[in-house]
Design a protein around this ligand. Structure first.
Ligand code: CUA
Length: 356
């Protein structure tokens, strides 16, 4: 039987289709079990909090202003013509004079759009250059992100950290620039990394390395998700970016680098269950024989807020249910149910919740 909190998670509207529910799900993901989504967490390109997202936002406002102007002119002319030349009582019913080949009119509707297109192209090219060719400062943090069906592997090669689904980065300021440069790759199909308030979308393509950088100006949580259809659970490939103050980031780094402590005797049976089942083929866990790369690294499992790339809050009850039947949270998930007995499940969860 699912527990109360599991049932709560499962009854959230996370399975309903469509972008709106997706946005609501993302926002709800903040508190996960909270009923009211926090509007500050809704991922919107119109509230940028990072340098490249800011450039893109300004460009989009400019393009929207130009296209709004075009709409007003065209719609105004149509409305005027419709009203001015409407049918009136006493019309003789004949067609008006048909005029062909007016040089001034043709020149106007050729040259004006041409100028608009050139201006929009130049403005776009400028922002593209600014965002894509930004040189990496020496103070930048380098992170590798690998897309998997359906989760994100996140590696900090220079710091020796491996985690999943939750990207921790420092906040940046003009006086102390700390942008994060992401190396995007895929282990299977095409995914797309998109955290709307921090940067534009960039695809993760098998056999390629794509680059993306973010430079958040404010500490906090930013939500995103895979933006390229990648299979059954594409919609539950959520991303959490946690932006820390420099001191908090340093603390997070130290806690992730810390080797796991000795396993208390009380949870030793759970560790044996872990090492004797197929868990070890897919997951890595420092200090055990587990060295798999197919699933998320579990060394600091409980330091993460969610399970299954945002599918559920990372609580003890959800963790137990996730191991018992992963497809209850994510139908089609590639992690199989291990068919453990209730006792083995309890032992295993007792062990896993010690991984902080
Ligand atoms: Cu990964 Cu869609």
């Amino acid at each position: 039987m699912p527990t109360a909190s599991t049932a709560n998670v499962l009854s959230r509207p996370v399975l309903s289709p469509g972008m709106l529910s997706s946005a609501v799900t993302l926002a709800a993901g903040s508190s996960l079990l909270g009923a009211v989504p926090d509007p500050a967490l809704v991922p919107s390109i119109f509230r940028p909090e990072s340098v490249p997202a800011d450039s893109i936002h300004q460009l989009s406002l400019f393009v929207l202003a130009v296209t709004a102007g075009i709409f007003l002119v065209v719609f105004g002319l149509i409305a005027y013509a419709t009203w001015r030349f409407r049918q009136r009582p006493g019309d003789d019913g004949r067609e008006p004079a048909q005029i062909y080949g007016s040089n001034p009119v043709e020149a106007a509707w050729t040259i004006v759009p041409l100028i608009i297109v050139v201006v929009l192209s130049l403005a776009t090219a400028r922002v593209l250059h600014e965002v894509q060719n930004a040189p990496m400062p020496p103070s930048a943090l380098e992170v590798e992100v690998v897309g998997h069906q359906w989760w994100w592997e996140i590696r900090y090669p220079k710091l020796g950290i491996v985690t999943a689904n939750e990207l921790h980065v420092p906040v940046s300021s003009p006086a102390d620039r700390r942008p994060t440069y992401l190396d995007l790759r895929s282990a299977d199909v095409i995914h797309s990394f998109w955290v709307p308030r921090l940067a534009g979308k960039t695809d993760l393509v098998p056999g390629r390395r794509n680059r993306l950088w973010i430079e958040p100006r404010r500490a906090g949580l930013f939500l995103g998700q895979c933006a390229e259809y990648c299979g059954t659970q594409h919609a539950k490939m959520l991303l959490r970016v946690i932006v820390h103050t420099p001191e908090d980031f340093e603390r997070w780094v130290q806690s992730q680098r810390a080797a796991p402590g000795p396993v208390p005797d009380t949870v030793a049976p759970g560790r044996r269950v872990f090492e004797q089942t197929a868990c070890v083929n897919c997951h890595a866990l420092d200090g055990t024989i587990a060295d798999g790369r197919f699933g998320p690294d579990l060394t600091h499992l409980m330091s993460r807020d969610t399970l299954g790339a945002g599918a559920a809050a990372n609580s003890r009850d959800n963790l137990r249910e996730w191991i018992r039947r992963p497809d209850r949270f994510k139908p089609g998930v590639l992690m199989p149910a291990m068919n453990l007995s209730d006792t083995q499940l309890d032992q295993l969860v007792d062990y896993l919740v010690t991984l902080r």
